[in-house]
Design a protein around this ligand. Structure first.
Ligand SMILES: Cc1cc2nc3c(=O)[nH]c(=O)nc-3n(C[C@H](O)[C@H](O)[C@H](O)COP(=O)(O)O)c2cc1C
Length: 447
C-alpha cells in the first residue's frame, strides 16, 4: 500500500517565523498574529485542507547574535515579538474537530510537574489532539532572561531532558489507572481511591513525590515530537519521539539521515516504523508553473535575506555579519544547534551563498511550481528518502496555505497519496492508526 502523506502547517505565534520579510507584502496578514481571529481563521483553513496538525514553533529568548544587537531582529520582526504558543490552542480547538496541535515548549525553563499538568489539561479539552515538541533551547539570550550567563553544555541539556521526560511519564502514565475515574453519583465516587497512586522520583535534576493532579486524558502522554540531529540529539529523539523533524537537503542526504534515525531507533528497542519523520519545506504554488515562478519573483521583492541571516546567526551562535561577502565562514564549536553549525565544517559557506539560499528570507528547501509539479516533486522526495510527511512553512500568510490547499492537495488526492477525510480519533491515532496511547515498546511504559 502506498504511504499517505502526513502534513503539518509549520507556524509560530509571531510575525516572521522562517521566511523573513514577507510580512511587508501587501496581502500578508501576519502582523495580526496577536488577534485571536487570525488563528481561528487559520485553524478553519487548515482543517478544510485536512492538515494533520498545526505545528507551533517557539523560542525562549531573542535573536541578538547578528551584529551583536537586536536591530535587524526588531525592525524585521524576526520572531520578535513572539507570544506563548500554548495560549492559542483552546481557541483553535473550539472551532475545529480534527486538527492536531504540536506545541513547542522548551523544558529548560519549566518544571516537569507544571508542564505535564498543562499538556494533560489541554489533551482533555482538545479530546486528544495535543502534541509536544520537546526542545532544550539554543539561545544564550534566554539564559540571561532567567538570570544565568549562558546555555548549559549541549549534551548536558539532553541529560536533563531525559530526566524531565522520565518524570513526565510517571505523571502521565503511572499515577492514575485507566479506569480510576468512575463519576458514579449513586455511590458518591468520582474517583476510585485504590486506583490512584503516588509517584516517586529523585534524581540530580528533579525530585517529586505524590499524586498527579490530572486524570488520564484521551492520549495520556501527548504525541511526542523532537528534532534532535546531533549524535546525542538523535539518540534522544529515537528513544522518546514519535514524530521527528529533520532539516532538508538533497535526496541522498535526507535518505541517509532517515536511515540513521531508523537504525538508531532499532538500537533503542523501538520499531523504526513507530517514528514518523517530517521535513520542513517552503512551497510557492499557483495554477501552473509559469504563474508560480511569477509569484516567487513577486514575493522575493518583499523578502529579507539579511533577516534570514540574523535568524541563522542565533541558530549557530555565531555573528555572520563579520564575514566579507565571499569569505568562507569557518567552523567553530558552539553551544547552539550542533547539526546546523556542523555545516560550516562540511561545506564552503559564505555570506553571499547564504543570502542566495535565503531567497524568501528562510533556509528551508524551496519548491516552486504549479500544483501538479509540486505534488509530483514532493511525492518523489518522500518516496526516495523514506520520510513520512512535511512541515509546511508559511510565506505570504494565509495565502500560502490557501494556495497549497487549492493547488497541491487535490493533486495528491488524485494520486491517492493524501486522505480525503479525517480518521476519527486522537492525534496519535490519526497519525499511526493504532489507538490513542503510546506503544507498549515505548520507554514510558516500562518505568
Ligand atoms: C523542523 C525543526 C523545527 C525546530 N523547531 C524548534 C523550535 O521551535 N524551538 C527550538 O527551540 N528549537 C527548534 N528546533 C531545534 C531543535 O530543537 C534542536 O535544537 C535542533 O534540531 C538541533 O538539535 P541538535 O542540537 O541535536 O543538533 C527545530 C529544529 C527543526 C529541524
Amino acid at each position: 500500500m502506498v504511504k499517505k502523506i502526513l502534513l503539518n502547517a509549520f507556524d509560530m505565534n509571531c510575525v516572521g517565523h522562517i521566511n523573513h520579510g514577507l510580512w511587508t507584502h501587501p496581502r500578508d496578514e501576519s502582523a495580526k498574529f496577536n488577534e485571536l481571529s487570525y488563528w481561528t481563521n487559520l485553524a478553519k483553513t487548515l482543517e478544510g485542507g485536512l492538515f494533520d496538525g498545526v505545528f507551533l514553533a517557539d523560542i525562549t529568548g531573542v535573536y541578538d547574535v547578528y551584529k551583536n544587537n537586536l536591530d535587524v531582529t526588531l525592525k524585521e520582526s524576526v520572531q520578535l515579538p513572539s507570544h506563548d504558543p500554548i495560549t492559542l490552542v483552546s481557541a483553535m480547538a473550539a472551532i475545529t474537530t480534527h486538527l492536531g496541535f504540536g506545541v513547542t515548549v522548551n523544558l529548560s525553563y519549566e518544571h516537569p510537574y507544571l508542564l505535564a499538568r498543562r499538556f494533560a489539561s489541554l489533551d482533555h479539552l482538545t479530546q486528544g489532539r495535543m502534541g509536544w515538541n520537546i526542545v532544550t533551547g539554543y539561545l544564550d539570550s534566554a539564559e540571561r532572561l532567567f538570570g544565568r550567563q549562558q546555555l548549559a553544555e549541549h549534551d548536558q541539556r539532553y541529560d536533563k531532558a531525559e530526566d524531565f521526560l522520565t518524570l513526565c511519564y510517571k505523571y502521565w502514565e503511572h499515577s492514575w489507572e485507566q479506569d480510576a475515574v468512575l463519576k458514579d453519583k449513586q455511590t458518591r465516587t468520582f474517583t476510585d481511591p485504590k486506583k490512584v497512586h503516588e509517584i516517586h522520583h529523585q534524581s540530580p535534576f528533579f525530585e517529586s513525590h505524590g499524586v498527579f493532579q490530572v486524570s488520564p486524558s484521551p492520549q495520556r502522554t501527548p504525541l511526542l515530537f523532537q528534532a534532535g540531529a546531533s549524535e546525542r540529539g538523535v539518540a534522544f529523539a529515537t528513544k522518546h519521539a514519535e514524530c521527528i523533524f529533520i532539516g532538508g537537503g538533497s535526496i541522498a542526504e535526507v535518505k541517509k539521515n532517515v536511515q540513521r534515525i531508523r537504525d538508531t531507533a532499532i538500537q533503542n528497542g523501538r520499531n523504526p516504523q513507530d517514528i514518523k519523520i517530517f521535513v520542513g519545506i517552503t512551497v510557492v504554488t499557483a495554477e501552473n508553473d509559469t504563474q508560480a515562478v511569477h509569484k516567487l519573483k513577486e514575493y522575493q521583492q518583499y523578502a529579507s535575506p539579511e533577516a534570514g541571516l540574523a535568524h541563522y546567526s542565533s541558530s549557530v551562535g555565531k555573528d555572520l555579519s563579520v564575514y566579507k561577502e565571499h569569505e568562507r565562514i569557518p567552523y567553530e564549536k558552539s553551544n547552539s544547534i550542533t547539526s546546523v553549525n556542523e555545516k560550516f565544517k562540511q561545506q564552503d559557506i559564505t555570506p553571499y551563498s547564504l543570502k542566495q539560499q535565503h531567497l524568501l528570507g528562510g533556509r528551508y528547501p524551496l519548491f516552486v511550481g504549479g500544483g501538479e509539479t509540486i505534488a509530483a516533486q514532493l511525492i518523489h522526495f518522500l518516496d526516495e528518502t523514506g520520510i513520512d510527511g512535511f512541515n509546511l512553512t508559511k510565506t505570504v500568510t494565509p495565502e500560502s496555505y490557501e494556495d497549497f490547499i487549492r493547488w497541491v492537495i487535490p493533486e495528491w488526492q488524485k494520486r491517492d497519496r493524501y486522505k480525503t477525510a479525517y480518521t476519527v480519533g486522537t492525534l496519535r491515532h490519526k497519525i499511526f492508526q493504532q489507538g490513542p496511547f503510546l506503544k507498549p515498546q515505548h520507554p514510558a511504559k516500562s518505568l
